[in-house]
Design a binder for this molecule. Sequence first.
Ligand SMILES: Cc1cc2nc3c(=O)[nH]c(=O)nc-3n(C[C@H](O)[C@H](O)[C@H](O)COP(=O)(O)OP(=O)(O)OC[C@H]3O[C@@H](n4cnc5c(N)ncnc54)[C@H](O)[C@@H]3O)c2cc1C
Length: 462
Amino acid sequence: MEGIRHTRHGWWLEEAGAVTPTRPLESDTSADVVIVGGGYLGLWTAWHLLVLEPGIEIALLEAAVCGHGPSGRNGGFCETLWGDVETLRERAGDAAALAVCRASEDAVRGIGDWCRDNEADAWYRPAPMLRVATTESQLGSWDGSVKACTALGADDEIVPLSREEVRARCDSPLFLGGSAQRLNATVQPARLGLGLRRRLLERGLRLYERTEVTRLHRDGSVETRLGRVRAGSAVLAVNSAAVGFPGYRLSLAVASSHIVLTEPVPDVLEDLGWTGGEAIVDSRTLVHYMRTTADDRIAFGWGGGTMGFGSRGGSRLELDAGVIRRSRESLVRFFPQLRGRRVTHAWGGPIDVSPTHLPIFGSRGRVHHGFGFTGNGVGPTYLGGQILARLALDRRDERTSLAIVEPARKLFPPEPFKYVGGSLIRQALLRKDATEDEGRTPDAVTAFVAALPHRLGLHLPR
Ligand SMILES: Cc1cc2nc3c(=O)[nH]c(=O)nc-3n(C[C@H](O)[C@H](O)[C@H](O)COP(=O)(O)OP(=O)(O)OC[C@H]3O[C@@H](n4cnc5c(N)ncnc54)[C@H](O)[C@@H]3O)c2cc1C
């Protein structure tokens, strides 16, 4: 596609500016806690460890450069877990669901406070998140969440919006109605990750970049090609790469999501009335998600990318010309004013899909893990960092007793079934969404296969 800069790392990281990687680990060392992975989860864990225990010795090992994975490339929707309130009630009951949702609100506010207190300009902008319907079949898909909020005495968390109310916030001809999730923000994701990296280095974090961990031991020590770290406990914060570590292979599946970005289009945003900074998702299973930026661009993403096989990432999880072409076509369908305007950048990355759509935290011996953010990790990794810091220090409190810590186990089927089954379901979802976009009803086989995850109690990324 001519004119588009289609790269692995994407525009946010370009905009945030290059960083010089630290020295890799070159010999054996020791620390109180070793953190594996320098995305938001590993970085927030380090931050919260320093809050709880200011003198603590932390070694953080990152295979590439901190914040250059999905944490620096995502859509920048900084969400709570209210969108999962129904699943939380089903799995854990009302009081536990409410506790998780409230803790996830603290995380969204906590990120804003952190940016302010640490003078990190990550473009943190609070504004409600809209879930919209773009087909008749999507109308009312938020009813269950609205009812669940009401049942928990939290009526104002997710409220239904009429077609006119949605269009007053963003006048896409496709929007037929929707709901608004009260507490939400958007960020420039790379500025957040790199800002956190900078502040941690200033506070004395021992960071070893370009250092891949090859083995984890239950006693908390970890191995790399050139050295071993002995530690009181280890934190595994490697996102979808967790499937490559024994014991975690069936805990998550790997999908992908991709984003296209327009040139600055202030006149189009004005025309759409989309000037309030709202993050917007449609109500498909393989969602479209869209937001504006501080310099008046539109970032438009689609969760319709390919699946990963086992622990093999595969380059199409990051660079997929077919998905980018389709995303670009959808962008113009959503916003016809963009016809003739330039799409300047495109990129993508892997998504760590949990079987329940909820993140999972827990411990195996002295190794503590977090993964399964399923496309909603910007806000929840802050909470995850609070949880993992406590687990690593063996301090139990209300954060470690949340229902997302050591939840009842649910696994994906083994390979090749996970990949083959996942890919078949993905194809069926693509067909179902395309048919419904044309105002038609999907055929019986497509509808049956597309409904399988729901029947099996598995939730795919929104
Ligand atoms: C295109 C896209 C759009 C998204 N949009 C949103 C959104 O709008 N809102 C939202 O909330 N979420 C979104 N997400 C998801 C979000 O980015 C993730 O949930 C979040 O970044 C997870 O943070 P993390 O620290 O767990 O993972 P990562 O950012 O992936 O960090 C893990 C790190 O571990 C390192 N690593 C891996 N293996 C090893 C090893 N063996 N040794 C050492 N280091 C290792 C990696 O190099 C990486 O830096 C999106 C994701 C993608 C790809």
